[in-house]
Design a protein around this ligand. Structure first.
Ligand code: K1U
Ligand code: ZN
Length: 167
């Protein structure tokens, strides 16, 4: 079991654009295993490689109540999107902050699985939100970037205060 440190907003490394995975090999599968240990321990319902300072296009998600339905997306691409839905989001890189973000209501995503096989998945509800949130991380985008400047300033102040209290 390997728990990886999760980058905390506003760490500049969260703004890195991830690169395509050329081959899904044992090295990528090790990353997926370490990311899943980290996500389940946090606990979270998703994690992007960016958040553990690995800038390859890998995201994982498990929105199941039983926490045993891991979904792996390597090189994910949204191939169709429709509607708009606003949902409250959180992020392991922005602890204790939750706010509403508008995203596509339904998406169809194409990706490779942990065996390197291509698949296409239709998603709505929390799964669609999570996939879009994690794919944003691969583009160097954090959900607070969608919020107003004023909210961003308040979040930064709150996180600074939290950090001071921990030290
Ligand atoms: O990207 C991340 O840091 C993961 C993030 C995913 C996410 C959650 C909700 C809306 C959009 C994206 C989280 O997992 S935050 C933690 C969380 O929401 C949660 C944790 C445990 C159980 C249920 C939810
Ligand atoms: Zn996040």
């Amino acid at each position: 079991m390997a728990l990886l440190p999760i980058l905390q907003y506003p760490d500049p490394r969260l703004y890195t654009v991830a690169t395509q995975v050329r081959v899904v090999d044992d090295d990528i599968r090790r990353l997926i295993n370490d990311m899943s240990d980290t996500m389940y321990a946090a606990p979270g319902v998703g994690l992007a490689a960016t958040q553990v300072d690995d800038h390859r296009r890998v995201i994982i998600i498990d929105i199941s109540e039983t926490r045993d339905q891991l979904q792996v997306f390597v090189n994910p691409v949204v191939v169709a999107a429709s509607g708009t839905a606003t949902c409250e989001e959180g992020c392991l890189s922005v602890p204790g902050i939750f706010d509403k973000v508008a995203r596509a209501e339904r998406i169809s995503v194409r990706a490779l699985n942990a065996q390197g096989e291509s698949f296409t998945l239709g998603a709505d509800g929390l799964l669609a939100v999570c996939i879009q949130h994690e794919m944003d991380h691969l583009e160097g985008k954090v959900f607070v970037d969608y919020l107003s400047r004023l909210k961003q300033q308040r979040i930064l102040a709150k996180l600074k205060k939290q950090k001071r209290q921990i030290m």
